[in-house]
Design a binder for this molecule. Sequence first.
Ligand code: 4UU
Length: 513
Amino acid sequence: MSIYHTSFADVPLRAQSITERVFDGLVMRPDDVVLIDGPTGRSLTAADFMDQVKRLAGGLSAAGLGHGKVVALMAPNMPEYCIIFHAVAWAGGTITTLNPTYTATEIRHQLADSRADVLFTIPDFLATAQAGAGDLDVIAIGTDAYAALLGDPLPAQVPVDIVAHTVVLPYSSGTTGLPKGVMLSHRNLVVNVDQIIAAADFRAGEVAAGFLPFFHIYGMTVLMNVHLAGGGAVVTMPRFDLPLFLQISQDHKARRMWIVPPVALALAKHPLVDQYDLSSIEQVFSGAAPMGAELSNAVGKRLDCISLQGYGMTELSPVSHVTPATAAVAGASGLALPNTSCRIVDIDTGADLPAGEDGELWIKGPQVMQGYLNNPTATAATITDDGWLRTGDIARIDDQGYMFIVDRLKELIKYKGFQVAPAELEAALVALEGITDAAVIGLPDAEAGELPIAFVVAGNGAPDADAIMAHLGRTLAHYKQLHQIHIVPEIPKSASGKILRRMLRDRIAAQAE
Ligand code: 4UU
């Protein structure tokens, strides 16, 4: 069996919670500003942050929302996001993170699936949050109800099993089906922080303009936890905004930009970029979707810096590969992190493939998730008995150990780095009167990466395309919206009933020629 082992020295597996790990990076620098709210400039020192985490943890515990409870968090990036996240972890609970643009329908689903005990949001989203939450308590950040929860400080981490306790439950559809709760332990999060700090050469003093959403595992681990634990700081941005991103990067002398490919496109092409002094930027780091060599080179040239990417997946806490700055290869997704091994497996025979050949990427390491919440079947289909995580991505490894993502085997669509699960859209479509079958695929797009489009079998009484789009506009978040609807007589399927997505993709490609 040809297993590709990491070429990095292993990092130690610490017996710490994620909050203990983050506090380790803060206690020796209490007066450093570590969190700044980008739009207002409001800032928190390391001491402020630790104090508020402990006080909120105390209040949550006193209110019966601590140990063993599930706290849902639906907010844009802001300092309080990090406070709530770490307060729940410190109190021995579990955080499930929701996209703040979710509709009431989407909120209801995740709260029920995760069995959440309370929901935190911001006043702007309170009405939608309450509509989705039903009888569940909703607490809006910054209101009296929130202030009342800042109680007596909880001085120490509430004891939990570092390896077995699920501290965070982000949602991912994985290789197939509907979004599922991804169970990540303290061990998963802590080790990934240490793996990234080592392999991505994270340095004390790094400040980043933080627009990558904290609810998604990339922003959660890399921006929030690596920056806090690694001696850095984050300027939080509630959403991506090019002028603000450039301004913050310039004013705070950011060393690195953590981005996704659509932002790489803006950095390579937008005229505004020339109006800022970005000479502090040494590196642009992209992840969450493919960034081709051409775009990567264009960004590096424009900003006169190193341009590289990492590869990750919610189920990997999320990172398994990063490209070292000292040996960047355009288009590569990187080398396996410390403590991490990978295999390239032939999708037909299951045989391990040698360097240079394309197959499914499998990963093994301490950052591999515990499994999917309440879903042993999906867990067993994703993690082998001996601990290999099947990514559902097709990759190749060159003879230097660089991994290149070449295709996606799984049905997942990525819109600007956000997950769109075809199964979720298909279920929403066939729930409509008169629609008897549906298939959703991704249409390649230069800016978004992919756009969700649908094939629909419409019988008597079915709504027309405009009515379908209007309905989805009310029930699903903006990034899941369909960009085309094709009414077809039938959906192509295999003998076992699986949608032949490749055939649909080929049909659309042929029409475009
Ligand atoms: C081609 O997107 C993520 C995590 C991204 C991430 C985080 C920190 C990347 C690098 C990093 O340092 O998670 P999910 O679960 O939303 O989506 C996972 C999927 C992968 O299976 C793959 O299909 O996103 C795609 N993907 C990529 N594809 C992620 N990174 C890449 C990449 N090239 N570099």
